[in-house]
Design a protein around this ligand. Structure first.
Ligand SMILES: [Zn+2]
Length: 112
């Protein structure tokens, strides 16, 4: 059974809430990494590239990955509402209770 309007609304609400939470989580931390001035000195170009290269904070990376998923889900919800809630791999319906846990999911429990 496809999702009814109330479930669609619920999904949209959950996604927007999640997006908000994730955005706030990423905003908290300032992006600026302390750049070591010493590294800019002689012959440090190579070394600097290695050391200064932004090491993605795993937490931040996870958050931005999730944020992308949420955005993609919102887009699908908007543009392909009739297909939302179906596995992108086998086209089986994803159970509502699973969508409610993670509205951004794209695959059923067998295809994850
Ligand atoms: Zn599947």
């Amino acid at each position: 059974m496809p999702l009814d309007n109330m479930q669609m609304e619920e999904i949209r609400r959950l996604l927007q809430k999640k997006k908000q939470d994730l955005t706030e989580a990423t905003d908290k931390k300032p992006e600026k990494a302390p750049v070591k001035k010493a590294a800019a000195k002689k012959g440090a170009k190579k070394a600097a590239a290695k050391t200064v290269k932004k090491k993605p904070n795993p937490v931040q990376a996870a958050i931005s990955g999730e944020l992308r998923e949420v955005d993609a889900a919102l887009k699908r919800l908007k543009e392909q509402e009739s297909r939302f809630g179906y596995c992108e791999h086998c086209f089986m319906e994803i159970p509502w209770r699973e969508l409610a846990v993670n509205p951004a999911r794209r695959f059923c429990s067998r295809c994850v």
